[in-house]
Design a protein around this ligand. Sequence first.
Ligand SMILES: [Zn+2]
Length: 307
Amino acid sequence: MKTFVYACPDSFDHHPPVGHPEHAGRLRAVLDAAQAWGGEVVPWRAHAPRAALERVHRVDHVDRVFTAAPPAGEISLDADTWMSPGSLDAALAAAGAGIAAVDAVLDGEAEAAFVAARPPGHHAEPDRAMGFCLFNTVAIAAMHGLEARGLSSAAVVDIDVHHGNGSQAFAETEPRLTFASIHQGWIYPGTGAAHETGAHGNIINLPMAAGTRGEEWLDAIKTVILPRLEQAKPDILLVSAGFDAHEADPLAGLGLNERDYAAAGALLANAAQKWSGSRLVCVLEGGYDCPALERSVRAFLGALSKA
Ligand SMILES: [Zn+2]
């Protein structure tokens, strides 16, 4: 698939306190991976408009994030989630890149796009920041497709090791959006049990036991998530691309390696080709061991462009 990487330089100006696992070095690792991959990298700075944020988030949450950033130092919005002077621009550019990526695949400029930006987004709920996340970039991108571009359906597959509680909370109110998450069960944020399917039946949760290795993880995607995508045939496939299920990751306990991320990239790219008109948008979420993150993103991008 013809693949673009959207690279957001403002992401380097979001600074949780020193020692926080979600730091600017992560983006350096991802951009190094993109350079090694060798495909087209698009620098991106334009912000998502407020109207795009408000398709997903309540106005009072958007107001809070717009006004919370301190003039210096950092401030916490919850136990894990911080803002520094550059955080608002970083989050707005990340959401803007998600929107641009959707436009690129809908306009046929690319078939796949990967948004290399931080902070991540999938824990941000409609009414609150949470788990390192300020705005839910992938949900904002999906809603741009549905509301601004006239698509009738979208799907988000969340492969981050943590459950995408924010995306799920939004999908519970949006039946046009299929949300499927594979994650380590019974760790942060504590949601994502298999019985959580949503009032509209559009939510799929696959909690995996600690120590699960790539073969079993990939098999769960093939046997549970892909058939649901085949059934839904979403007009666009989005991926919350977290790489913290890697065996080297310090925040969780699954046992994947970069070859498994290449295999996941191939499965998702093929799903987008078969059922979503070759429209695939992937958004960076977690991944906290920088060397493993770099190798995993490199492998994932390689699989997309080879598909
Ligand atoms: Zn994560």
